[in-house]
Ligand binder design. Structure first.
Ligand code: WTA
Length: 660
């Protein structure tokens, strides 16, 4: 233990700069561009691109995307709304699939689909993808799906998920993918909000050797969704499932007689590519909208520069496609670059902690992009697991989703990266669509820092009044200028869009985006992200709203009120803690605690399973009735609670138990 503490202390003092090897720098994609443009230093290059961002994105748009019709204007920025590539015609699916299928890449592998059962591997070339996407797109049309219609997708990590997404994009339908770890209730809410015509799901999928029966959950959800006319079911696990013959149709029956050609819609660049629901400050998840044009440019460009993908690389982003990381960097980014990617269905620890490393060895993965929570889980399992496999093929690493603690960073570099590989710590959000703060392969690294704003992007740290804070001081992370992949709006809720991101600094400088993270910059200008300022918990990298969990808790018949906080956790980053106030006359019991936790899990899905439930008589609130989660958290963690004199019920603070 003493040794552990000493080690940790050393890491906290970690001041080393990890310089990139010369060869990496010289051969990097970004360096080729810098040389062409005559930039001498990284700093000069980043600053020029961010300052001249319109000119920069114009060049990137011409480099990374193919346009049916060229745009007339790069940017039309009327805060808080940006329109990019005005007057052009484009389609994300054309850029991701069609153009490769028509080139020599037709026979290049786009996806290696690794199922959870050992030996279950399916490869799809760009030619295969083209055919499958076209047939499925024709299938969607045959069910009446038209440009602008919403299609909800509730599928696991199998190649048919991107096929379904691309088919929507191809015909101008808007997909709304819901993470398969969400409950039927969560799916229902999102299908209803999106008013989807179609639901796409699977009979089941594999998770730790067992079948998760997703069709059953999807059925429950769409019972309450009157707009859904059809449900398409891909046969993955093959067990018997309930069937509604007026509504359900097998994927294989739908595509059987469809032609392998389907016209790609030529779309306005602002045409919506997808809606992705994410958690925010209030209970209702918000539907973030992204656009075709911006995605065609920002996503491949950032992937090409940050992860330095080369034509023969095998890329593995371990995120779930149900979250933004998968949308951008398993589906649209790598396909757009014509890359080969892994899609892995199962969990990282099944059948044992060697599974990921065996996949890397078997398929020769060159670039690995994962999350701090996974790294910490492997740290705990022990370095003997990765040590068993030959991972010489790896040449670059990455991380995303939450701040990475220097211990995990150093472990990752040492045990996965042979003490040689650079780690791209990418800071970004569902809203931003692409990495914002991130190293490049040429950047000297500090463990735990996402380094600088990428070329073409501008970040800063501001205080509450809207003044940039000096180095070393904490404040709000802001993004100063628009960029192609930025969110366009909230689906059907522009007021909330304005309030959430733009209102805070509107009078100081209209168009300044409040990211919702706190952070600081050090003397060298490196950014350090410290976590959310709003009420969002990051559980194993998954973004969950405190208030979503609270409303799930109070939907339990015995709970009158609830307050939810995130508690730091050595593996998951944060875990969910519930303080529940029971209804009059209800007896407290350990059974009831378990029942409430189970109820929350059933309401929101396994991702939102609370770590613990505590009973309290009251929770501290403001005079306007807002639950003071910050105060509850401080008290529960045994930290100073600060000034509580303005609370409506300061005595409630005393009743919050210390939980550490
Ligand atoms: C957090 C995930 C520190 C942050 C792409 C952000 C990070 C939220 C990092 C968005 C990182 C993401 N370092 N924190 N490298 N990456 N975050 O929408 O709090 O699921 O606001 O998008 O994750 O989560 P989201």
């Amino acid at each position: 233990m003493a040794e552990e503490t000493a080690k940790t202390a050393v890491l906290l003092e970690e001041r080393r700069l990890f310089h990139p090897p010369k060869e990496l720098v010289e051969n990097s994609n970004v360096m080729q561009w810098m040389k062409k443009k005559g930039f001498k230093t990284e700093k000069e290059m980043r600053e020029w691109c961010s300052k001249n961002y319109v000119e920069f994105w114009d060049e990137m748009a011409k480099t990374y995307a193919d346009w049916f019709e060229p745009y007339k204007q790069v940017l039309d920025w009327k805060p808080p709304y940006a329109k990019w590539f005005v007057g052009g015609k484009v389609n994300m699916a054309y850029n991701a699939v069609d153009r490769h299928a028509k080139s020599w890449r037709r026979n290049k592998v786009a996806y290696i689909g690794v199922g959870e059962p050992l030996g279950d591997v399916r490869k799809f070339t760009y030619g295969d993808l083209y055919r499958e996407v076209n047939k499925f797109a024709n299938g969607l049309k045959s069910l009446g799906v038209e440009k602008g219609d919403r299609v909800s997708i509730y599928m696991p990590m199998i190649p048919e998920l991107p096929i379904a997404m691309l088919a929507c994009a191809k015909i101008g339908a808007i997909h709304s993918v819901v993470f398969s770890g969400f409950s039927s209730k969560a799916y229902a809410d999102r299908v209803i909000d999106a008013e989807s015509k179609i639901s796409i799901t699977v009979d089941g999928f594999w998770r730790r050797g067992k079948i998760v029966e997703l069709k059953k959950q999807a059925d429950e959800a769409i019972q309450d969704a009157p707009t859904v006319k059809h449900q398409i079911v891909y046969k993955r696990t093959g067990q018997d499932i309930p069937w509604n013959k007026d509504r359900d149709i097998w994927w294989h029956d739908l595509v059987k007689d469809q032609p392998a050609e389907c016209e790609t819609e030529q779309l306005d660049p602002e045409h919506r590519l997808f809606i992705l629901y994410t958690s925010g400050t209030t209970g209702k998840p918000k539907g973030i909208e992204h656009a075709h044009g911006g995605y065609c440019v920002g996503v491949p460009q950032t992937l090409h520069w940050v992860f330095d993908l080369k034509e023969d690389d095998v890329w593995w982003c371990t995120a779930d496609i149900g979250w933004i990381t998968g949308h951008s960097y398993i589906v649209y980014g790598p396909l757009s670059l014509g890359a080969t990617s892994i899609i892995y269905e199962g969990s990282p620890d099944y059948p044992d902690f060697g599974r990921w490393w065996s996949i890397i060895e078997e398929f020769g993965v060159n670039v690995l992009y994962t999350a701090p929570t996974a790294i910490r889980m492997f740290m705990r399992a022990g370095e003997q697991w990765p040590a068993k496999y030959n991972m010489k093929c790896l040449r670059l690493l990455g991380t995303v989703g939450e701040p990475i603690n220097p211990e995990a960073w150093v472990w990752y570099r040492k045990n996965i990266g042979r003490d040689e590989l650079q780690i791209m710590d990418t800071w970004w959000q569902t809203e931003t669509g692409t990495f914002i703060g991130s190293p490049l392969p040429i950047t000297p690294l500090k463990p735990g820092s996402c380094t600088f704003a990428l070329p073409g992007y501008s970040m800063d740290v501001w205080d509450e009044a809207g003044k940039p804070v000096p180095p070393g001081e904490g404040g709000n992370i802001v993004i100063l200028e628009p960029y192609p992949s930025m969110l366009r709006d909230f689906y059907k809720d522009p007021d909330r869009y304005f309030r959430t991101y733009w209102e805070t600094y509107w009078n100081v400088r209209a168009g300044t985006y409040l990211a919702g993270d706190k952070g600081r910059r050090d003397e060298d200008g490196y950014f350090w992200i410290q976590g959310r300022i709003d009420d969002v918990i990051k559980v194993a990298g998954h973004r969950i709203g405190n208030s979503e969990v609270e409303s799930a808790a109070v939907s339990h018949p015995k709970v009158a009120e609830a307050a939810v906080i995130g508690k730091p956790d050595p593996v998951k980053g944060e875990v969910i803690i519930v303080f529940a106030i029971l209804r009059e006359g209800v007896q407290e019991s350990e059974e009831l605690k378990k029942d409430i936790a189970k109820h929350i899990r059933e309401t929101l899905g396994p991702v939102a399973m609370p770590e613990a439930v505590y009973f309290v008589k009251d929770v501290p609130k403001t005079r306007s009735g807002k639950i003071m989660r910050r105060v509850i958290r401080a008290k529960a963690m045994g930290q100073p609670v600060g000034d509580i004199s303005t609370l409506a019920n300061p005595e409630a603070v005393d009743a919050i138990p210390k939980i550490v």
